[in-house]
Design a protein around this ligand. Sequence first.
Ligand code: NAI
Ligand code: CS2
Length: 485
Amino acid sequence: MLSVDLLPEDTVLPGYDRSALRTRIVHFGFGAFHRAHQAVCADILAAEHQSDWGYCECQINSGDLIKALREQDLLYSVTEKADDGLHTRVVGVIKEALFRKEDGVDKLIAAMCQPDVAIVSATVTEKGYCYQPATGELNLEHPAIKHDLANPQQPESLPGIILAAIKRRRELNLPPFSVMSCDNMPENGRVTRNVVTQLAGQQDAELADYIRQQVTFPSTMVDRIVPAMTEEALQALTEKLGCADPVGVECEPFFQWVIEDNFVNGRPQWEKAGAELVADVVPFEEMKLRMLNGSHSLLAYAGYLAGYEHISDCMNDASYLKAARSLMLDEQAPTLSTRGVDLVAYADSLIARYQNRAIKHRTYQIATDGTQKLPQRWLESIRWHLANGSRFELLALGVACWMRFVSGVDEQGKEIVINDPLRAELAELVSSSSEGDERVAALLSLRAVFGDDLPDNSRFRERVSHHYQLLLSAGAKEAVRQAIG
Ligand code: NAI
Ligand code: CS2
């Protein structure tokens, strides 16, 4: 358990009066990323700018971290790691912590109905929104959505729980809150608005209208590499801190947060802690999702297949480094609406971040949930190239590597455990197709991912098949080498 007295002397502790904080933000998804990003920003505001914006942290599924957090006075540590050293702070802005399975969903809804609450935010991974990745619309066939339509008082999906709180606040004559997604989706505010209003529309058209008119869903671009903590990383952290911190996280020093300034009920002065408040987040999101996350996914699938465990291991292979940079600059940058940003400098800064060997970011972690990630990271850019007649060899290689990965057997014949909400559909497509072109055609038929256009596009299919065949015959390292020409 975290014990503040045992921590190294240079640890930054919450030196402010924690009792002066109020629960003004309810956050869903107390994962590694939130702990090292939005919560740190709030902590800086409390420590340096007398902010009273405190958090209620909520977990919809698992509760272990919430239990551990409660045992250590709602405190945890964040350690920034660069090649040349460490920097630890203890975050003190959490006022409450709840999880549905123990506390019950009523408590989560009640937390959002406290008069002081002005913002509900989320980092629940892309799949938590129960949407169709290809369209950004609510997936009415999603089991949790089906459950919530049948049991609107006892919801279990993020859209259902937020909807119940909006409805309750309205009945209580309380002002609405803003709903802010901090997940890696394009126009994450629009996606969140879609799923919440579409779910409302299935039950109560008037409530759906109220949401459209009264609730805002600001979009955000979020960036900080925060790898999942492994047993080994937690053990090493214990040695560094002088005590265990099961809620502790490690991350890179880099931090970026671009927020659409569209809040109905006030917001913290995030700009004082380094965030950028803008009118339109789309150009920032596109740049980050395609250049950073797009290259991450290529390195994740091609790297995993080649036996590279971490992103920094991929950077030791000159072909992989070149492939990542070329994907960013030759295949993603031309598709962007971003203006006034030096994209070459941006690409170089991304490569430098990937080379941080102190950050153990597993390729397997980034390779999870591919069906939820491919559209925004690669497929929109591929559509752009198809329309413009330009080359997209590395993007096509990425799709082929994903197909090879979800086929479930690595280059040494070992099983790959697939972690993806469409795992069952993927397994069915793989087991009912023979290896080679038939497998490519089968996986392309997944319209929830590839939409209605790409499966029938012969140029796209041909380039993916080409790389897929090469992966089968020569392996990932050779396929990457050939793709960079
Ligand atoms: P994590 O695995 O540590 O946490 C995921 C969180 O989502 C957990 O709180 C989990 O309970 C919750 N969750 C998962 N499925 C859910 C569902 N169906 N319904 C409700 N809640 C669900 O992952 P981490 O690192 O915190 O990342 C979360 C998301 O944050 C990513 O998917 C991404 O969108 C975003 N992000 C992550 C970054 C990173 O480097 N880790 C950086 C930038 C954004
Ligand atoms: C990664 C991201 O897990 C993934 O899919 O690409 O979480 C990445 O680390 C962040 O977006 C960096 O900000």
